[in-house]
Design a protein around this ligand. Sequence first.
Ligand SMILES: CC(C)(COP(=O)(O)OP(=O)(O)OC[C@H]1O[C@@H](n2cnc3c(N)ncnc32)[C@H](O)[C@@H]1OP(=O)(O)O)[C@@H](O)C(=O)NCCC(=O)NCCS
Length: 148
Amino acid sequence: MTIKLREWTWFDLPVLAALRADAELQAQLMAKPKQNDVHEWLARRTSDPAGAFFIIDHEGACAGFVQLTQVERGESAWVGICVAPGRQGQGIGAQALSLIEAHARESFAARVVKLKVLQSNTRAISLYERHGFRRSGDDGDACLMEKV
Ligand SMILES: CC(C)(COP(=O)(O)OP(=O)(O)OC[C@H]1O[C@@H](n2cnc3c(N)ncnc32)[C@H](O)[C@@H]1OP(=O)(O)O)[C@@H](O)C(=O)NCCC(=O)NCCS
């Protein structure tokens, strides 16, 4: 299983729309489900000078997305990761995390990579811990993690 990160294309829109509308998935991302906002969302994410957005591509198909937000060049960046429910548990999230972390460090010289994850999302937390992220604090029902 090899994935790559790439820019979005029109062929990705149905998968992305399904991810945006999935209430359970959005709850794990600490967000609410959204209908019919994919274009607006992509425009916002891809025009953010302090961010980056990539499709997780597996054999040409969209398996999810990763993003960087609140990038402070030479300092830090926040990582977000979402693997489509039907594609979870196949090693995609682990590879995507390595690739987006490398992008943060290489393209933005990020010294610290940060993320926020629900305390209840034990699967994601153990993935992050295995990748060297350490808990740095709490924010309500979420756990803040970072990797220097
Ligand atoms: C959390 C998430 C990114 C992980 O991605 P993934 O592709 O499912 O994870 P992987 O297949 O790469 O597996 C990562 C680890 O979780 C383990 N794992 C996979 N499926 C699992 C399952 N059903 N239950 C428990 N652990 C599981 C794997 O064994 C792997 O551990 P390993 O590295 O020791 O082998 C993905 O599940 C996801 O997007 N979830 C919904 C959104 C979300 O929670 N995002 C994170 C919010 S901050």
